[in-house]
Design a binder for this molecule. Structure first.
Ligand code: GRF
Length: 205
C-alpha cells in the first residue's frame, strides 16, 4: 500500500537552504509530503534555481505585476490551490501575507523564524539577539497569522550564544537547527499529529 503524502507549497525569497532541507528530508523518505511548487516573489532568488535542479516545479510571482497587495495575495493563493497545495511553508519568504491569503489556507500556513519567539521578531533576528545579550537563542516554527511572527508556536530549538559570536556565526549555528526542525514539523503535520488549542499547539506522540 502506498501511504498518502501531504501536498505542500514552499514560498521563498532568497537563498533557499530551508527549502533544500525540506526537499532532502522528503527525498530521504523521512517526511510523508510532496512538494507541489516552490514560488518566489523575487525572480533572482537562488532558491528557484536550487528547486529546479531538484526537478521541482518552481516559478516567480512578482508583486510588481499586481495592482495591490490584496491582488497579489489572492494570485499567490490561487496559484498554490491550482497546484493542489494543502500546506504552505514559508522558508525565507520576505513578505507579510494578508487575510486574503490566510483565509484560503486556514491553519495551514507555517513559517520558520531564526529566534526564540516572541523574542526578536522581524528582520535581523540573530543580530537583535546578540545585541540584546541573551545567552541562548534558536529558531521557531509557528503557524502564520496576519501579524509579524506572532502566530501560535509549534516547535522551537535552542542554541547557545557564545562570547565570541558575531551575527554571522550565531546565524550559522541557528540555521543548522532550522534545517533539522522545519522538516520535523512538516512530518508531524503530514502525520496529522498537530492540534491547535487556542494559542497552544499540541503535538501528539
Ligand atoms: C532563515 O534564517 C529563516 O529562519 C528566515 O529566513 C532565512 C531563510 O534562509 N525566515 P533560507 O532562504 O532558507 O536559506
Amino acid at each position: 500500500m502506498v501511504a498518502s503524502t501531504l501536498p505542500i507549497g514552499i514560498l521563498v525569497s532568497g537563498r533557499g537552504s530551508n527549502m533544500e532541507a525540506i526537499a532532502a528530508a522528503i527525498e530521504a523518505g523521512e517526511v510523508p509530503a510532496r512538494i507541489q511548487a516552490v514560488i518566489s516573489d523575487r525572480p533572482e532568488a537562488r532558491a528557484l534555481e536550487l528547486a529546479r535542479e531538484r526537478g521541482l516545479k518552481a516559478f516567480c510571482l512578482a508583486p510588481g505585476e499586481y495592482p495591490s497587495r490584496q491582488a497579489y495575495d489572492l494570485a499567490l493563493a490561487t496559484a498554490l490551490k491550482k497546484e493542489g497545495v494543502e500546506l504552505v511553508a514559508l522558508a525565507g519568504f520576505m513578505r507579510l501575507l494578508g487575510r486574503e491569503f490566510l483565509e484560503q489556507f486556514p491553519g495551514a500556513v507555517i513559517n520558520i523564524h531564526p529566534a526564540l519567539l516572541p523574542a526578536f521578531p522581524g528582520l535581523n533576528a540573530q543580530r537583535q539577539a546578540l545585541e540584546y545579550g541573551v545567552k541562548v537563542s534558536g529558531c521557531t516554527v509557528h503557524f502564520v497569522d496576519a501579524g509579524m511572527d506572532t502566530g501560535p508556536i509549534i516547535a522551537q530549538a535552542v542554541v547557545p550564544v557564545r562570547n565570541d559570536d558575531t551575527p554571522e556565526t550565531l546565524a550559522a549555528r541557528i540555521l543548522a537547527e532550522e534545517h533539522r526542525l522545519y522538516p520535523r514539523v512538516i512530518k508531524w503535520l503530514a502525520e496529522g499529529r498537530v492540534e491547535l488549542r487556542g494559542r497552544r499547539v499540541i503535538v501528539r506522540s
